[in-house]
Structures are given as structure tokens and as C-alpha cells.
Write a protein of this length. Structure first.
Length: 216
């Protein structure tokens, strides 16, 4: 159980910053691939830890994450061919979908298929010397599928979506936690409220109104 969420939130800030830099990086190496995969895994684990420890507001914990789904049209991915996503999945026809924050974390942490994606920004061309020059690509997301879902589909998670999610979680200000004991006397967290929740804003406005009326 996490007692202090601050280090985890701070790490999500750092992940968002690093991934944003990677979306502008034109020179790509094996080390670059390792880093974007590591940050994905760290983000998924950190968010899941915060969720399980009830360190996120109920509103944020229930957030639906936009994602694209690609149906399987080829062989079942295994340890030999799982990188061949263009053969296994229908990448030409993405299906817009949403998944819960908890499911996204599980797909990331338990990913069987994990391939980072790059978007072409400059097409290859033939130079004056007749030699073909490679085009330029920018990192833009991840193709993911868990062990349980690899036979059905894979997901495409945009880098911008993950970056925004990390920053949203990192900047959240939890202002209230309600606890209740169950029939066996065991204490449980029943509600977590952030400073942006409507009920909290309404409560603050009511208190402000009462204070103004009291001193008027």
C-alpha cells in the first residue's frame, strides 16, 4: 500500500516530459526504443499502484481512455511473430474505442504484444547522386495487446494520450477521503475527492457564501 503518492505523481510528470521529447526526436536508436518502452511500463505500473491504493479521486479512477482497436486478421501472435503486427492485425481499419483506466494499466503491464509506432513525416527520396535517402519518422504511440486479448485484437495508444494522462494524474489535488467500516469492523476507503470535483467546488462555494453572509 502506498502511504505517500507524491513520489509516484512526480515520476509521472517526468515520464510525460521524457515521452513528449521523444515525439520530436528524429534520430532513433535501439536505446530510444528501450526508453519509450520503459516509460510506458513505468507509467502503467505507477498508475495501477495509485489506483489500487485509492490515491486517485473516484472521478479520475473512473475515467474512460480513448484508444483504437485493431481486429486480428492473421495468425495468433506468439513469441516468434508477435512483432509482425501488420500481418496479424488489421492496422488499416482502426475501431475507435474507450477502455477504463484500470484496464489500460493491465494491458500495459501484461502486454504480450508491444510495438512502438512512428509516423512518417518525410517520404524517402532519391538524391542527386542517385542514392535513396530514408524518410524521417516521429514516435507517436504504441501497439499493445495482453496475453488474454492477443487472439482478438490489439490496441493503439497514442503517445499524446498517455502524456496527457500522466500529467492529469500527476497534477491532481486530492482534498478529501471518506472511510467506512464494514460489518466485520474492517476500515475501507469509500470515497476520494479531488479539488476539481463538482461536489467539492459546490461545498467550497456554499462555505464561502455562508462566511460572506455571516460577516455582512
Amino acid at each position: 500500500m502506498i502511504s505517500d503518492s507524491v513520489p509516484w505523481r512526480y515520476e509521472l510528470w517526468r515520464i510525460a516530459r521524457r515521452l513528449e521529447r521523444k515525439t520530436r526526436q528524429t534520430h532513433w536508436t535501439e536505446r530510444s526504443s528501450f526508453r519509450v518502452e520503459k516509460d510506458l511500463m513505468m507509467a502503467g505500473y505507477a498508475i495501477r499502484r495509485l489506483l489500487e491504493a485509492r490515491k486517485l479521486s473516484d472521478r479520475l479512477a473512473a475515467k474512460q481512455i480513448p484508444i483504437a482497436r485493431h481486429q486480428r486478421i492473421g495468425p495468433l501472435p506468439d513469441v516468434y511473430n508477435r512483432h509482425e503486427i501488420d500481418v496479424i492485425y488489421d492496422l488499416a481499419n482502426p475501431i475507435k474505442a474507450q477502455i477504463t483506466l484500470a484496464k489500460l494499466c493491465n494491458v500495459i503491464v501484461h502486454s504480450f504484444v508491444l510495438v512502438h509506432s512512428c509516423k512518417e513525416i518525410d517520404e524517402p527520396y532519391v538524391g542527386d547522386d542517385g542514392v535513396e535517402v530514408e524518410g524521417e519518422y516521429l514516435f507517436n504511440g504504441y501497439f499493445l495487446s495482453s496475453e488474454n486479448e492477443r487472439g482478438k485484437h490489439c490496441y493503439f495508444l497514442e503517445a499524446s494520450t498517455l502524456i496527457s494522462l500522466c500529467r492529469t494524474i500527476a497534477s491532481e489535488d486530492v482534498v478529501g477521503v471518506d472511510m467506512r467500516r464494514d460489518p466485520d469492523g474492517v476500515m475501507h476507503i469509500s470515497r476520494v475527492i479531488s479539488s476539481t470535483d463538482p461536489e467539492w467546488m459546490e461545498e467550497i462555494q456554499m462555505k464561502s457564501h455562508e462566511a460572506t453572509r455571516h460577516y455582512s
